[in-house]
Design a protein around this ligand. Structure first.
Ligand code: FUL
Length: 606
């Protein structure tokens, strides 16, 4: 009898814990990422490499008339560069096969303006191939940047250039193995060499001129797994919105009915995307890079961080030192997830199924997720740790294969018996930009969000509440991390800052808006001489003869671009009557990357 009763109970137990019908996953919500976009988001961060004729001319944008004979690195070693990136924890690299100057760093058949005319390897060199092979050897993803704007090509702006450009795309996508990402940059049209015409070429609507619809279709056929950056919004990824690396938060991937991921981009060196003489002292610190990381990857985007080889073809030692110190900081941050395997409960679990249980938050599996029933958009989950831990970074991930659902969340910690809010829920309309990411609020989640608390907290219980969502949230991970202190990073070797800045004391000024010229020499980045007509000039009377070997120009730093100088001329005189032209040129890319421009005069003593 007893035996029989026990059997019956066992049977009933089985019926209760195994539902008759399997609980279905929720319907997808909004636009969904493609498999390729999901794989790409998992790559998190990778390198950008700007290396070409600009490396030899101290320019950010070549005009298109530079001689290919300038390109002659003595010690270029693609493998060394790839190894450096990989050991910092990066997942791949993207190389500028052609920048706006039109110089092709592979032996293309599309134009004569290519590396065959360079002395490097007696005209037999191919930078794209060397990088592609090194990446393959080290199991590192390889991608390429092919500037649509070509300031060298005589046919630019006309139909003839499109044949050239399409051929270049095809060469890069068929001769060098898998390309994980190809960049179609937004900077296009303007003045240039154009085969000697030296004129302004306006292409009208880029999307129409390049026929990006067709370009995208062709790429999908050639390399279906290749992520397309830009292409007037027809690709898979779009610009993060500044060249400082951070993206705006909250970050929404839905663009109409399409999923568009974001990529934050920035050079590791304040001087720009290409290598510049004396840039060693201008490298961004590991702590700055951590802010960039939190402001891009930590807001749901990817990060592409540029390191530029110098004229010998090697990475700048100061850049490498900062990269590897940041890489170690990032490794330490991610090394220990204090929430891993912690027990978890929730206010609601979808169909009470273990498949959607709160324990999925802490199982270290980024595919499994916690999810409530349809219609529940503000559930709560609580995790309990075996003993108190100290953390100051919370990482959350959504199961984005089902769409981006969360709009706002709150995180609390139980401290001395009271629930303390450590991440406050974001309100609609609030936007976070820049690097002030400590103590930020909880808005969107997406692929992942990293919130750096205003101070560390010690607790054994943490509560997550989704406070706004478009549909029942699907959260795959909740991690608790601790930011390594800055002092734990390796000391960074920076190069010489070198030049001495003259004091402007006693100087007098004339020219346009003369009364405001002093503002350009007062050492205060917030004040400026601004004039809305070109050409315009000012004259500086330094009162006594001085030795000069160059000048520095800091464009306006307030985010506006009005009145930014793009072309300049500097003349010197010792009597105020006879003037000698010592420098003339262009400040390329100032609008997108308004960093200090340092121009040396050709003769050491001017
Ligand atoms: C910009 C370009 O104009 C810059 O020179 C640089 O290549 C950057 C990554 O993209 O739009």
């Amino acid at each position: 009898m007893l035996h029989k009763l026990m059997l019956t109970m066992g049977c009933l137990g089985a019926v209760w814990s195994t539902p008759l019908q399997a609980v279905e996953a929720p319907e997808p919500y909004g636009p969904l990422p493609t498999r390729q976009q999901v794989d790409w988001l998992r790559m998190e961060w990778y390198a950008f490499v700007h290396f070409g004729l600009n490396t030899y001319t101290n320019r950010e944008w070549g005009y298109g008339d530079e001689s290919p004979t300038l390109f002659n690195p003595s010690d270029f070693d693609a493998e060394e560069i790839v190894k450096t990136f990989k050991s910092a924890g990066m997942s791949g690299m993207i190389y500028t096969a052609k920048h706006h100057d039109g110089f092709c760093t592979w032996p293309t058949k599309s134009t004569k303006h290519n590396i065959r005319l360079s002395p490097w390897k007696k005209g037999k060199g191919d930078v794209v191939k060397e990088f592609a092979l090194a990446c393959k050897k080290h199991d590192f993803a390889f991608g390429t940047y092919l500037s649509p704007w070509d300031r060298n090509c005589a046919e630019y702006g006309r139909k003839g250039y499109l044949d050239v450009y399409y051929r270049q795309i095809k060469e890069l996508l068929t001769k060098y193995g898998p390309i994980f990402e190809i960049w179609f940059d937004g900077a296009m049209g303007g003045d240039g060499y154009y085969g000697g015409a030296r004129e302004n070429r306006n292409i009208g609507k880029a999307d129409t001129y390049y026929n990006y619809e067709q370009v995208v279709k062709n790429i999908r056929k050639l390399q279906p797994d290749c992520i397309i950056w830009g292409a007037a919004g027809r690709g898979d990824v779009t610009w993060g919105g500044s060249e400082k690396g951070f993206v705006k938060y909250p970050l929404r991937n839905a663009q109409g009915n399409k999923w568009l991921s974001l990529e934050g981009d920035t050079p590791i060196n304040h001087r720009g995307w290409f290598w510049h003489p004396g840039q060693g002292g201008h490298v961004k610190s590991p702590e700055h890079l951590m802010q960039v990381y939190l402001g891009s990857v930590g807001r749901g985007a990817n990060l592409i961080l540029n390191l530029a080889p110098n004229r010998s073809g090697q990475l700048d030692p100061a850049d490498v030192a900062s990269l590897s110190a940041f890489g170690k900081m990032r490794d330490r941050l991610l090394a220990k997830d204090y929430a891993l395997n912690a027990s978890a409960t929730a206010s609601e679990v979808r169909g009470n199924s273990s498949k959607f249980a709160a324990s999925n938050l802490t199982d270290g599996d980024i595919e499994s997720y916690w999810c409530p029933n349809d219609g529940t958009t503000t559930p709560t989950a609580e995790i309990t740790l075996p003993q108190p831990v100290t953390f100051d970074v919370v990482r959350l991930r959504e199961q984005i294969r089902l769409g981006q659902r969360v709009e706002a969340f709150k995180v609390e910690a139980l401290v001395d018996g009271e629930w303390v809010t450590v991440v406050a829920p974001g309100n609609p309309g609030e936007v976070e930009t820049g690097f002030n990411v400590r103590g930020g609020k909880g808005h969107t989640i997406g692929n992942q969000v990293l919130r750096w608390l205003s101070e560390p907290v010690t607790t054994d219980r943490v509560r997550l509440t989704i406070t706004r969502a478009g549909a029942c949230p699907c959260i795959s991970e909740l991690s608790l991390l601790l930011m390594p202190s800055a002092t734990e990073a390796e000391p960074v070797v920076t190069g010489e800052k070198g030049d001495v800045v003259l004091s402007s004391k006693g100087w007098t000024y004339s020219g346009f808006a003369a009364e405001k010229v002093a503002l350009a020499f007062d050492g205060n980045p917030a004040t400026m001489w601004q004039i809305d007509r070109t050409p315009s000039h000012f004259v500086v009377d330094m009162k006594k003869e001085q030795s000069l070997n160059g000048f520095a120009y800091l464009p306006r730093q307030d985010g506006k671009t009005q009145g930014m100088t793009t072309r300049y001329r500097v003349e010197l005189s010792s009597d105020g009557k006879n003037w000698r032209n010592v420098a003339e040129g262009e400040f390329g890319n100032l609008r997108a990357n308004p960093v200090e421009q340092i121009i040396s005069f050709p003769a050491a003593k001017a």
